[in-house]
Design a protein around this ligand. Structure first.
Ligand SMILES: [Zn+2]
Length: 234
């Protein structure tokens, strides 16, 4: 059994323990929990770009960011379900989220994303993107949160911590990011730039199923960690 499988088992047991503990508390001691148990949290998973807006593109393979964002979002969706979260995707396919007749497709797209987030009434938001830079040697995931969003900051820190235990080149200190998708909600929200399509090795890694699975798994472990800390301090 590989270390990865062992860790996966451990996290599953850990998640089940948190859930069981919450259930026992409320059933046996009649404690009213202010938060839903971890397993029932609604997670909006936002795959950036789509439609005519492909985002960044791979220098070697030509793959579009919008396609990879969706690949990561779908993987996260299935992992979230596995762990008992309620995942809601802002887009499920390669279509753009803008109204076809809109004058500014970008504005229309962002408004519709915001609408989807509001309607989902999520407990947290994970927005997925891929990066690109003029220097091909730049690589590594970056995590962003909105200025003043303390929940977002704590979530970003937990996710960066978790990812950096296994994924190489992750930037351990999350940054404030002035992004519409982060500013449009006061729920804990992060934007994850999973890696650089302008870096040859990372461009290939980001398309590798095993790497995507590992990345999403540790991202989700960060979410669990975030809730574990919250339960401690509540
Ligand atoms: Zn992007």
């Amino acid at each position: 059994m590989s270390v990865f499988v062992l860790k996966k088992k451990f996290i599953k047991i850990f998640a089940i323990c948190i859930f069981s503990f919450a259930v026992v508390l409320s059933a046996v001691f009649g404690v009213t929990l202010t938060n839903r148990p971890v397993m029932k949290k609604i997670v909006v998973i936002d795959a950036g770009h789509g439609g005519i807006d492909g985002g960044a593109s791979g220098k070697t393979t030509g793959i579009s960011e919008s396609e990879l964002n969706l690949k990561f979002a779908k993987k996260l969706e299935s992992l979230c379900s596995e762990f008992g979260f309620i995942p809601i995707l802002t887009r499920e396919n390669m279509d753009g989220l803008y109204d076809e007749t809109a004058q500014s497709k970008k504005k229309s797209e962002m408004k519709n994303r915001e609408e989807k987030i509001k309607n989902a009434n999520p407990d947290l938001v994970l927005s997925i993107h891929m990066n690109s830079f003029s220097s091909s040697s730049t690589r590594g995931a970056h995590i962003f949160y909105a200025k003043g969003n303390e929940g977002g900051k704590a979530l970003a820190t937990a996710v960066a911590d978790s990812l950096s235990t296994t994924i190489e080149y992750v930037h351990k200190t999350p940054k404030v990011g002035d992004y519409y998708i982060l500013n449009c909600t006061d729920k804990p929200a992060i934007l994850v730039e999973c890696g650089f399509l302008s870096n040859e090795q990372e461009e290939l890694l980001l398309q590798d199923d095993e790497y995507v699975g590992k990345f999403c798994y540790y991202l989700l472990c960060g979410v669990l960690k975030f809730y574990a800390y919250q339960n401690k301090s509540n």
